[in-house]
Design a protein around this ligand. Structure first.
Ligand code: ADP
Ligand code: MG
Length: 292
């Protein structure tokens, strides 16, 4: 890569809101074979809203939402914010727990005077000896639509599940198609459950996905692809995925992301729009082709 050509490519990129870190990033980006997207906030808008309440036997919708909101009061997770917003909208008075613990990648644990609260993924309740089998029939159509479920338990009883929908970004299907036409395989990485991930993967016709990935494990999945011989781009918003952005051959941070992500990234997309990923690949290929 001649410095002059890199400068021209970098300049063109800047006009498109694509910041390429350096010539090394440009070379690597021109040779990508795999693109991995984080799900939440990257493929999806990252603004979940409560879509359904599925109370367990002995609970009603308001009671379920009240417990869910109490559990989530201390959490900054977008799912928690959505649960709290739904409870406030219904005018539910939200109890204040005496203790709270965030369980990264799983959910939350909190204490009310009349018993412990758990809210989070199915595995969290199972790990605490609680079966969610009674909710299965009611939640299946929701997970099959790609909604996320937050299961809630109180005082050792399953209270139900809150379903949350996080819309796919409108450009996501076209972006995945375009990347595949450019010869890349496209994967998704998420901490969300397997069935929710499967529904989204099918809608986007992805080459594959990993679900239930803990924040600390996201970089491991990228490393495995690299060990298999792939040159990997990781696209994320920096929430949970900064180490994976660093591990990738080309970390691509969306502009909506945090400063951390931009530091971790080789390419920054100043617009949250995913189309920037396709533009970036085309740009670096054109630039490197001119150079060689
Ligand atoms: P992602 O990889 O989608 O950004 P996280 O790693 O933050 O997600 O969380 C993974 C999963 O853990 C979520 O999909 C959710 O099921 C569960 N979870 C995490 N935090 C919470 C919370 N505060 N309340 C309920 N569920 C949670
Ligand atoms: Mg994320």
């Amino acid at each position: 890569a001649t410095p002059a050509a890199v400068m021209v490519g970098t300049g063109r990129g800047a006009e498109l809101g694509i910041l390429v870190k350096d010539a090394v990033a440009m070379e690597k980006a021109a040779n990508l074979s795999v693109c991995v997207f984080d799900k939440t906030g990257t493929l999806t808008a990252g603004r979940p809203v409560v879509s359904a309440l599925v109370p367990a036997e002995g609970f009603d919708e308001a009671g379920l939402l009240r417990l869910a909101a109490a559990a989530e009061r201390g959490s900054e997770h977008p799912l928690a914010q959505a649960v709290l917003a739904a409870a406030r909208r219904r005018g539910i008075e939200i109890p204040r727990p005496s203790a709270f613990e965030a369980l990264a990648g799983f959910g939350v644990r909190a204490a009310l005077p009349d018993g412990e609260l758990l809210a989070g993924k199915q595995e969290l309740l199972e790990q605490n000896g609680l079966s969610t089998a009674g909710l299965e029939a009611a939640v299946t159509p929701l997970v099959d639509k790609g909604h996320t479920l937050v299961y809630v338990a109180h005082a050792g009883r399953v209270a139900g599940a809150v379903a949350l929908a996080d819309e796919l970004k409108p450009e996501a299907p076209a972006v995945v198609r375009a990347l595949r036409e450019l010869g890349l395989r496209v994967f998704m990485l998420t901490g969300d459950g397997r069935r929710t991930a499967m529904a989204i993967s099918e809608r986007l016709e992805l080459d594959g996905f990993w679900a239930g990935v803990l924040p600390a494990e996201k970089a491991d999945r990228v490393r495995e692809l690299q060990t298999g011989g792939a040159t990997v781009a990781m696209v994320g918003d920096g929430v949970n995925d900064a180490p994976a952005l660093v591990q990738a051959d080309v970390g691509i941070a969306l502009g909506t992301g945090t400063d951390i992500a931009l530091d971790a990234a080789d390419i920054g997309l100043m617009r949250g729009d995913l189309t920037g990923v396709v533009r970036a690949v085309r740009l670096v290929r054109a630039t490197v082709r001119v150079i060689r």
